[in-house]
Ligand binder design. Structure first.
Ligand SMILES: [Zn+2]
Length: 162
């Protein structure tokens, strides 16, 4: 991985070069216009390089933060399993042995595939079903309690009485 210090050092060198060029521009005022024009062009180019370098540093930092988020998600991902909670309706359910004191909960399968941890929260209790909504993408899922038992996730039967 690239060390961000390399980019920072590059920025310092560019800043130093710009300062030198500004002094040269002052000194060149007594010389002909061609020399002044060349120095002005060079100064413009260096300023452009400095701006590009700064943007590169920002992007590099953003990528580092995103990489950390993805690493964290990959670790978190192992705590969940894809579970069919109703006919054709899947969620990522926390594994029982990975709860660490947390209550049983579900994550949105759509968001999970985008590497985002988003909780499904119960939004409506109906007759024989409950609706859950993703707190990120706002997807609703309906869990019917009359689906065949083998497809039902552990704990769903109890949710009926919550
Ligand atoms: Zn979602």
């Amino acid at each position: 991985m690239i060390d961000p210090a390399i980019i920072t050092t590059g920025l310092s060198a560019i800043s130093g070069s710009i300062d030198i060029l500004k002094k040269l521009r002052e000194m060149a005022k007594s010389s002909g216009p061609e020399m002044q024009e060349q120095i002005a062009d060079l100064l413009d180019q260096l300023i452009t390089v400095k701006i590009n370098q700064s943007e590169l540093l920002d992007k590099f930092r953003d990528m580092g933060a995103e990489l950390e988020r993805l690493k964290s998600f990959e670790e978190e991902k192992t705590r969940y399993q894809l579970t069919e909670v109703s006919d054709g309706v899947v969620v990522y359910q926390i594994k029982e042995d990975a709860r660490k004191g947390e209550p049983d909960h579900w994550l949105c399968a759509n968001c999970f595939e985008e590497k985002v941890k988003a909780f499904l929260l119960k939004s409506h209790n109906g007759t024989g079903s409950s609706t859950y909504m993703c707190n990120k993408c706002k997807t609703n899922i309906i869990v019917r309690y009359d689906d065949p038992a083998p497809k039902r996730a552990a704990g769903v039967r109890n949710r009926r009485f919550v």
